[in-house]
Write a protein that binds this ligand. Structure first.
Ligand SMILES: Cc1cc2nc3c(=O)[nH]c(=O)nc-3n(C[C@H](O)[C@H](O)[C@H](O)COP(=O)(O)OP(=O)(O)OC[C@H]3O[C@@H](n4cnc5c(N)ncnc54)[C@H](O)[C@@H]3O)c2cc1C
Length: 480
């Protein structure tokens, strides 16, 4: 089949019988459920973009299909840049607020499949499995979620500092048909709207026999027997797009994944009982760098959206001439230009890796992913500072449709627009900077790629500091 349409995606979701729970009740059809329906339609719209602009959004695969470009295994710098442009179109659709558009995981599966030897060294079957899975995922254009982290009751006392053996997902037994796994994982963003889940290791495991049951990498269909998703409360309160412009569209949802003796067929197992290889998986396959590519594209789209919002707020309040407003806008321009520069450097310096994949240059993307969690909160703060009570003086659409409309029109005009347009803008500002949806976006940016302390540590590990240290040593020895 290859690149799918939005309708194809929605009808696949409708057929899926995943065990999804929210607010104490089991969900039937997510495409009609108030908590999920509208985000499902947004994801469908991303797929429709593939139909509307096939040249920009898809590519011809070796088996003759046209597949979504995020599945490409880049063979040139231009392929990487092409993928970046495709991802940008998806990211712009949601102003960067749909972090888990399907491209996030598509590019990681493509990278892992290219690095099939890495898996095959653990067991030849695993090498074949990852290639076959990639081909299937690309053929069906599956929408996938992923989960990396095990729950922990205590940060201090847990085994190895990372795994609470009583809670974590673990191998129960190997059978003729596959592996049986039990336990819990968090967090699976977009799980209710996904067909597939990638269960991968990110927690660093001790390389010792005790860690082996937790050293797992596999894919599972979201409606597998024994697999249950427990969602947080929804931030889509089913208000109009006017009232909640972002949360009524892009509520991508986060869920716990609970495994009750789930059978994972052998053909979907990529690693099992190999802690050293699990620890090395993302780095050695370079999947993490391809994911960073999608993340930095999203950062550009999100910075641009927030900057555009701040600029429009300055216009509507006739504040563009005020020095402090200009200084804050300049800060947001700096963030946006930084993200653009990191992305451009990452793409321009892409090179073939040991697996034959043209891979973006890691350092600029790695710096971008470490910086953005610190910079995005400031962008949100600037929206708050420049909007102030205007984000609270936001009558709803129902108010505009009521007898008090005349008073709203009279008292809430903007400098260059009537009240309705001004209020629409500040409702957007509220949904970007103050609402539950906004709070979740902030938390997402702080943590979704992992613990920021560990990410910073990885940046140090991946940076060759030796020549710089030697230069300082040489300077200290200089006689003149
Ligand atoms: C909105 C959102 C969406 C997400 N989506 C996904 C997803 O789709 N898939 C997925 O796999 N994961 C997802 N995550 C989870 C993400 O991977 C984790 O949040 C991240 O890895 C950090 O782990 P944690 O939340 O358990 O934080 P914790 O480990 O609890 O850390 C919390 C804070 O304590 C600090 N800390 C932790 N341990 C110590 C210590 N021993 N000493 C001192 N400080 C410590 C950390 O630096 C951090 O600041 C998501 C997270 C969020 C917030």
């Amino acid at each position: 089949m290859g690149a799918r349409s939005g309708n194809n995606y929605l009808s696949a979701l409708r057929k899926l019988k995943a065990d999804i729970w929210i607010a104490g009740a089991k969900v039937g059809d997510v495409t009609t459920h108030p908590a999920f329906e509208r985000c499902a339609r947004s994801i469908a719209s991303l797929y429709d973009l593939q139909m509307e602009a096939p040249e920009a959004m898809t590519y011809r695969t070796d088996d003759g299909d046209r597949a979504g470009l995020s599945f490409i295994q880049p063979k040139s710098v231009e392929d990487v840049a092409r993928r970046g442009r495709m991802m940008k179109r998806w990211a712009d659709y949601a102003g960067g607020m749909l972090g888990r558009a399907p491209d996030y995981l598509n590019c990681s599966i493509a990278a892992m499949a290219a690095a099939h030897d890495f898996f095959a060294e653990s067991d030849p079957r695993y090498g074949d499995n990852i290639v076959n899975y990639y081909r299937e995922a690309r053929k069906h254009d599956w929408c996938a979620t992923h989960t990396l982290v095990n729950p922990r009751a205590s940060r201090a006392k847990t085994w190895g500092g990372h795994t609470d053996a009583n809670l974590a997902l673990r191998l129960v037994e190997k059978t003729r048909d596959g592996i049986i796994v039990n336990g819990c994982r968090l967090l699976a963003t977009l799980a209710p709207l996904s067909e597939e889940m990638l269960v991968f290791p990110s927690t660093v495991l001790r390389v010792e026999p005790e860690a082996e049951p937790f050293a797992l990498a596999f894919a599972i269909n979201c409606d597998a027997k024994g697999l249950r998703f427990l969602c947080r409360e929804t931030f889509d309160l089913n208000r109009s797009h006017f009232d909640h412009p972002l949360s009524s569209r892009f509520e991508e949802m986060d869920a716990l994944a609970i495994f009750d003796n789930v059978l994972v067929p052998w053909e979907r197992v990529f690693l099992c009982g190999d802690p050293a290889r699990c620890n090395a998986l993302y780095g050695t396959t370079n999947a993490v760098v391809h994911m960073m590519h999608q993340v930095v594209v999203k950062n550009v789209a999100k910075s641009e959206f927030m900057l555009g919002l701040a600029a429009r707020i300055a216009e509507v309040s006739d504040a563009l001439s005020l020095q402090h407003v200009r200084e804050r806008l300049a800060e947001m321009i700096e963030v946006t230009e930084m993200m653009r520069a990191f992305l451009r450097a990452g793409e321009a310096d892409a090179a073939a890796d040991r697996w034959g994949m043209f891979t973006p240059s890691r350092p600029p993307l790695d710096v971008a992913r470490n910086l953005f969690p610190k910079l995005y909160p400031r962008m949100v703060e600037i929206i708050q500072l420049n909007s102030s009570s205007s984000m609270m003086a936001i009558p709803s659409e129902a108010d505009f449709n009521s007898p008090i409309r005349a008073e709203i029109d009279r008292y809430l005009p903007g400098a260059d627009v009537e009240a309705r347009e001004r209020v629409a803008l500040y409702r957007l500002a509220w949904d970007a900077a103050c609402s539950s949806f906004a709070g979740r976006q902030l938390l997402y940016e702080r943590f979704f790629f992992g613990d920021p302390v560990k990410m910073a540590s990885a940046l140090v590990d991946n940076t060759n500091l030796k020549p710089l240290v030697e230069r300082v040593n040489a300077f200290l020895k200089r006689a003149d």
